[in-house]
Structure formats: C-alpha cells, structure tokens
Design a protein around this ligand. Sequence first.
Ligand SMILES: Nc1ncnc2c1ncn2[C@@H]1O[C@H](COP(=O)(O)OP(=O)(O)OP(=O)(O)O)[C@@H](O)[C@H]1O
Length: 305
Amino acid sequence: MTTILRTWDLTKVYEEKEIVRSVNMEIKQGEIYGFLGPNGAGKTTVMKMITNLVKPTAGEIEFFGDKMTHRSYEMLKRMGSIIEYPVFYDKLSARENLALHGEYMGYYDVKAMEEALELVKLSAVDKKPVKQFSLGMKQRLGIARAVMTKPELLILDEPINGLDPLGIKELREVFRMLSREYGMTLLISSHILGEIEQIADTIGVIREGVLVEQLAMDTIRNQHTQYIELITGECTKTVYILEHKLGLTNYKVLDPRTIRIYDDIPQLELSKAMAEAEVELESMSKKHHSLEDHFVELMGGAGIA
Ligand SMILES: Nc1ncnc2c1ncn2[C@@H]1O[C@H](COP(=O)(O)OP(=O)(O)OP(=O)(O)O)[C@@H](O)[C@H]1O
C-alpha cells in the first residue's frame, strides 16, 4: 500500500510547552485513519500542521513522498479538510455556498457540485438557507464542500461531535462511501472510541502530544481477544506453577488475588496443573478484553469511550 502522508518527528511548541511531541504518523492511500485521543491531546494541532494552518516547530511532513513546505500550494490542493466547525454564508442555500466556494477555488464544476450534494444526501434540500440547517446537515455540507474538488486526502476534525445517533450513522455511511467508492483517504479525529472503531482501518492514539499507538484495527482486535482470569488466595504459588510447570510467560498479576493469562492454554490443562500442585482457585473464567479496555489502559485511565 502506498503511503499518502507521513510525519517525521512532528513537533509543536506553544508558550514553551510541547503540545505535539515527535509524532511519526503514517497514513496509507485509501484507508480510513482514526485519530483518537482525549480533548486537548493535540489532534487539532497535528491536523492544522498537516493542512498548513500552523507551522511546525520541528519535524517534517511528506505527502506522497514529497516534503511539504508552507508554499506547497499544489499539494494542499490535493487535500480537503474541515478543521473545527465549517463556516458558511448562512443566508445562502447549500448549492449557492458550494458554487461560491467553487469559484473561489478556481474549480467551478456544476457536475462535481451536484455529485457532492448527492453524496451527502443534500441534493433535495433546494432553497433552504444554511442557517435553517441542523448541525448534521451543516457537517454534511462541509464534507460536500471539501470533497467537491476531489481531494485525495480528506481531513476531518471531530466531524461527529454533537451529532445525534442518526446524524452519526449518516456520516459513517458517507465516510465508507468516500473510502470504498471514491478511493479517498480519510483522516478523522475523535475523542470517542465507539465512533471510530467501526469505520477505521488504522487507529493512531495520541496522548499528551505523543502518538502512543498506531496499528491496524485488525491487529488490535486480534491482539486483544481473550484471556483467562484466575482468582486465588495463593497468588505467589499460582504464578510459580504458571511459569515453571506450564511455561507461561504472557500473564499479568492485577492485584494480590487476580491473575490474567493471555497465553493460549486450555482451561482443563490449567485446572489440572493447579489441582496437582494443590493450589486452591476461587474461580477460573474465560473473558474478553474489549477494545474499550485496551484504549482506556492506553490513555492511562482517561475516559475516551
Ligand atoms: N494557539 C495556541 N496557543 C497556545 N496553546 C494552544 C494553542 N492551540 C492549542 N493549544 C493547546 O494545545 C493543546 C492541544 O490542543 P488541540 O486543540 O490540538 O487538542 P485536541 O486533541 O484537538 O483537543 P480538542 O478535541 O479539545 O480540540 C491544548 O492544551 C490547547 O490548549
């Protein structure tokens, strides 16, 4: 897969504080990259640097292998974005807004405009001024405006923020359509895991300006599947059996009574070994380590789900 965007040690300092710290992000062509992190983690700042709204303090950004500078106008034309809230002429209709934008961008193409409105299901909303639009409609119009010029990379900062469940569902369908049918690459930020995990191919997690994880969703799902949880009053003895009798290494002692085993071992074999060593177990159960658990751990307990 071709890399469309890569950042090398991207850093931003505001008032002597590193808001973004050496971020190495890699976005592949055609994927949906979910950029996840709690409020204030630095997502918007990274996106602003990518779209040339803010100058990096250090580090580099490459778009299709070419280094970006603040004069890379041709590269920037190949990106579409909505950073923070989209602003419109609110007395004008959706079509009038798109037409104005097209003229301004030197890209007046009625067919592209109609296609964009169709894509976000706004083509039937004819004369209504934008000020009468719901938040979801405004977000969709923002997307229509951003995709009208057929960008290769679409950057959306918290597009789902404030939307009701129906609005979220509609937007998700738009994202999938853009990715699958138009082959567009999407970088979407959110502080809510549930919104991102359903659509992202890759997830990048940012915490206090540091990219703490960047992995394919499939890998994350496979890594965090099942484990066996043991509750026992004889933790030390149990650990000894796990290591020396069963040769297990991938386990975690959660507290003096709870052990989680991530190694793949049949429960029967485990209980037999414990019985032979006369270890008393209060319980043994197979459990699922949810993605939510994983991300909450990764964020150091910050609620992002
Ligand atoms: N121009 C600025 N000057 C000083 N500090 C700033 C500036 N812009 C952002 N910050 C600070 O940088 C930090 C990261 O902000 P940023 O908006 O990038 O985070 P975020 O992850 O997008 O969060 P949110 O979802 O709340 O916008 C915050 O602490 C913010 O106060």
